[in-house]
Design a protein around this ligand. Sequence first.
Ligand SMILES: NC(=O)C1=CN([C@@H]2O[C@H](COP(=O)(O)OP(=O)(O)OC[C@H]3O[C@@H](n4cnc5c(N)ncnc54)[C@H](O)[C@@H]3O)[C@@H](O)[C@H]2O)C=CC1
Ligand SMILES: Nc1nc(O)c(N)c(N[C@@H]2O[C@H](COP(=O)(O)O)[C@@H](O)[C@H]2O)n1
Length: 297
Amino acid sequence: MQTLFPNRAHDVGIPDGLSVNSNSSVYTGNTSIYTGSNSSEDITTPESRYSWRPHVTLTFAQSIDAKIAGQGGKQLALSGKESLVMTHWIRTMHDAILVGIGTALNDDPQLNTRHLPAMTTVPGYEHKYHLPRPTILDVNLRLKPTCKLLKNYKAGTGRRPWIFASKPKNQNDLDEWWARKEALKTAGAKVYVVAATDGYISLSDFLKTLKTLGIRSLMVEGGAKIIQSFLRETHPGLDGKAIPIVDNIIITVAPKIVGADGVGYDCDLTTQLGQLNHIKTELFGRDTVMTFKFKND
Ligand SMILES: NC(=O)C1=CN([C@@H]2O[C@H](COP(=O)(O)OP(=O)(O)OC[C@H]3O[C@@H](n4cnc5c(N)ncnc54)[C@H](O)[C@@H]3O)[C@@H](O)[C@H]2O)C=CC1
Ligand SMILES: Nc1nc(O)c(N)c(N[C@@H]2O[C@H](COP(=O)(O)O)[C@@H](O)[C@H]2O)n1
């Protein structure tokens, strides 16, 4: 039996109904699988926009006071179980999934699809959903060789994580950097070296590299700095105009208040709002999930 591949973000965009076709929803605990886009409007992205990069979906969960984590970055269970299943379904739609090293160290995430219902009763194949490739932006190779992503890979329950790093400018730091690289490689990681400025990897370079590695769609899960960078960074279009490097944004809003001490993504969305089309707002349990798409030009 083969791994199930649902419709993919790079082929169909993000459907306007995240809860898939209304009579066979994977989110309700029903094991039927989404087989077609029920989009009523053109939500695909012009080939010209992402011939150089993968389709990019930015997604995160926030409280009603726009916080994504608690005081000091404490990981919060903002999403309820229904919207979590939706998030895991969206994971299956992408070739790769990204978090920054801040999130990788703080949350020790798994980035898999474990909240989806069993798809069959055949022993050993209950959970053969497509798993996105975990990717981490980690300039200084701070990821722990003991993290869950690497443990899952070693146990055969997760895909090999790809780390994107950058060589230190200071020669004195090079030996330690190589040692960390070797330790991560031994633990199973694949390390790609790309350009970085002031500790930040150029997202254009990162996306170009992903594309050359065969990644056609990327789900960006955060955290705060990564969200900011993806919303701020642009790329020159064919006419030289700055165009976004994100195609869709999916925001889960949980009916919770975190308070001023929490972590926000601190980004002036008003600069982007003019370019955003609202696609759909849906309720998942007590959470509201909004999908936006950047305008095509
Ligand atoms: N509610 C939600 O949906 C989510 C919440 N979070 C929360 O976010 C917090 C972590 O956020 P941050 O500390 O901001 O870490 P982050 O996960 O955004 O990673 C940022 C780090 O990545 C590296 N990096 C390399 N290139 C970069 C680039 N171009 N742009 C940005 N960063 C780049 C830098 O070292 C930077 O400090 C945690 O508290 C976590 O719980 C994380 C993901 C989703
Ligand atoms: N959708 C969503 N809702 C929340 O309430 C969250 N805290 C997050 N966080 C993101 O999911 C990652 C954890 O993934 P696993 O459960 O370990 O697979 C975490 O690192 C954040 O990226 N997301």
